[in-house]
Design a protein around this ligand. Structure first.
Ligand code: ZN
Length: 136
C-alpha cells in the first residue's frame, strides 16, 4: 500500500525530530497534503497509528491539512483552483487529474499550468519533554 510507505517515512521523521528535542511524548502532528498527491488521508492516518503503537507518538493527534493546487499561466495569471470546482469534477483521482490538467486560464483562455497540490509536508510537531512535565 502506497500510504503505508509514506506513513513510515513520516513516522520515522517524527520520531527522529522528537528524539532530537528530548521528547517524552508526541502530542500532535500537522501534515500538509496536496489534493493531487494521490494519498488518502484516512488511510495514512490509520497506517501512522499502526506504526506508532507502543512508541512515544502512540497518542498523537494526526491532523491533515489539505493544500489546493494553483493555476499558473504564461499571461501572468496565478490563482488558486476553486475547491468547489475540484469537488464537483469527480471523486475519482484520475478524472480529477485529467480535469485539472486541462484547466484553462480564466483571463486569456489558454491552457494553464498546475503548480503545487502534490506536496506532503510535516508542518509541525507538538511534543512534550521531561522539562514540561516537571514544570507542570
Ligand atoms: Zn492566461
Amino acid at each position: 500500500m502506497h500510504e503505508f510507505s509514506i506513513a513510515y517515512e513520516i513516522f520515522d521523521q517524527v520520531i527522529n525530530t522528537a528524539n532530537a528535542h528530548g521528547a517524552t511524548e508526541v502530542k500532535k502532528l500537522i501534515l500538509q497534503m496536496g489534493r493531487l498527491s494521490h494519498t488518502n488521508p484516512e488511510q495514512l492516518s490509520f497506517c501512522f497509528n499502526v506504526l506508532a503503537e507502543g512508541s512515544i507518538a502512540e497518542n498523537a493527534d494526526f491532523v491533515v491539512e489539505m493544500v489546493s493546487p494553483t493555476l499558473e499561466c504564461e499571461c501572468g495569471y496565478e490563482g488558486e483552483i476553486d475547491e468547489k470546482q475540484i469537488r464537483e469534477s469527480s471523486a475519482l483521482r484520475s478524472e480529477l487529474l485529467a480535469y485539472v490538467a486541462a484547466m484553462e486560464c480564466p483571463i486569456c483562455g489558454k491552457q494553464a499550468n498546475i503548480k503545487g497540490g502534490r506536496e506532503l509536508i510535516i508542518k509541525s510537531i507538538e511534543i512534550e519533554t521531561e522539562e514540561d512535565r516537571t514544570a507542570e
